[in-house]
Design a protein around this ligand. Structure first.
Ligand code: SF4
Ligand code: SF4
Length: 362
């Protein structure tokens, strides 16, 4: 059975506030039985509040409209993110007064308020799920769509997997990044591998140890092929470990919510090269598209990626001289990681379906 994904476009046909995205957003929300969903319940709105000089997170107006709707429906609403982002949120205009709801650190001020969910995947043994999320009865996963160096794409999955857990779990998921091995005893330090890397992703540290920047690596294998000594090897399975870890973390975060108590909202506005956690904003990679809403995380991620077309790339959104690949989704060409890996993993874990019906709301 396919899932429904509601779509509101930024395209407009007349000069009228009612024909613009905020008004459409409200009409999309009205498609859901919000009173049944939230009345008398504690509702967490998880968003990425950004940091430092970033200005491309979801505009406060949309968050305020959402919170008003949830409060009108009888929910006890709060906004939440990782602790450091909540303390910096005011710089992007997110305050309790503006949004209409308090802003709480998801894992507590000291990042020590969490519940352990056991998992077994490579070096990952548990997910430390944020206490404020676990204590809530309804979750709104409010995400800004953008590129991501480690998984190609950041949206609904990334917002939960990396934003509803402790810093310790985040670093354990990052520690899954890998796929290249180097054998020191074979290496002659000829540097052919460095010349072969068109992405500047490899190098030697001061001790002469080979290092890979996995955020920049495209897994193109040129370094391995260029090595005359066979010192570099690629483990194709390990490329996707980070994305698998994100899917597992997402499953752990969602595991405490009853069916019908989670809503996913993806904003496809000012989509940038890198994640909001970099604390900066670069020019948009793509023209603004609009927003999508669904109660199915797999469907909303698939639909968001499907709305992004290679031919719409705005080169100004990439660093000058940045080269991109020629295969796959635009985010795969830019970051070298197939963004559908995590979507397929979410589906495999039973969190939804990639089959969806896109319903446009005017
Ligand atoms: S796999 Fe490709 S991108 Fe990654 S370090 Fe090797 S040459 Fe560079
Ligand atoms: S190409 Fe091979 S031998 Fe040469 S520096 Fe790189 S890893 Fe070492």
């Amino acid at each position: 059975m396919s899932a429904t994904v509601y779509f509101a476009s930024v395209a407009f046909d007349r000069i009228d506030p009612d024909a613009t995205l905020p008004a459409r957003f409200v009409r999309v929300l009205e498609r859901y039985p919000l009173t049944d969903m939230v009345k008398g319940r504690r509702v967490a709105v998880k968003m990425h509040l950004g940091g430092n000089l970033g200005y491309s997170t979801i505009p406060p107006l949309f968050v305020r409209l959402l919170i008003q709707k949830l409060k009108d429906a009888g929910g006890e609403v709060f906004v939440t993110d990782v602790p450091w982002a909540t303390t910096e949120a005011v710089a992007r205009g997110y305050t309790a007064e503006v949004l209409g709801a308090p802003i709480l650190p998801a894992t507590g001020r000291a990042d020590r308020y969490f519940y352990r969910v056991p998992v077994e995947y490579k070096s990952l043994r548990e997910i430390q799920v944020a206490g404020e999320i676990r204590d809530s009865e309804v979750l709104i996963d409010l995400s800004h769509v953008k590129g991501h160096g480690a998984c190609g794409y950041g949206g609904a999955c990334k917002n939960l997997a990396m934003g509803c857990v402790t810093a310790a779990t985040r670093s354990q998921i990052h520690a899954l990044q890998g796929g290249l091995t180097w054998q020191e005893e074979l290496c002659t330090h000829c540097e052919s591998c460095l010349e072969a890397c068109r992405y500047g992703a490899n190098g030697f540290d001061e001790q002469g140890t080979y290092r890979i920047d996995y955020e920049a690596c495209h897994y193109c294998q040129h370094c391995a092929n260029a090595c005359p000594e066979g010192a570099i090897a690629i483990d194709a399975e390990a490329f996707a470990d980070f994305q698998e870890g994100m899917a597992l973390s997402t499953r752990a975060v969602l595991s405490s919510f009853e069916p019908g108590r989670v809503l996913f909202i993806n904003f496809l506005l000012h989509m940038t090269y890198l994640c909001d956690c970099w604390g900066l904003t670069t020019p948009a990679l793509l023209p603004d598209i609009g927003l999508v809403v669904s109660d199915d995380i797999v469907a909303i991620e698939q639909a968001s990626l499907d709305l992004i077309r290679v031919e719409d790339l705005i080169w100004q959104g990439l660093p000058k001289g940045k080269r991109i690949g020629s295969e796959g989704h635009l985010f795969q060409r830019i970051h070298g990681k197939d963004p559908f890996v995590q979507v397929r993993a979410l589906e495999r874990y039973g969190l939804g379906t990639r089959e969806y019906k896109l319903v446009e709301v005017q």
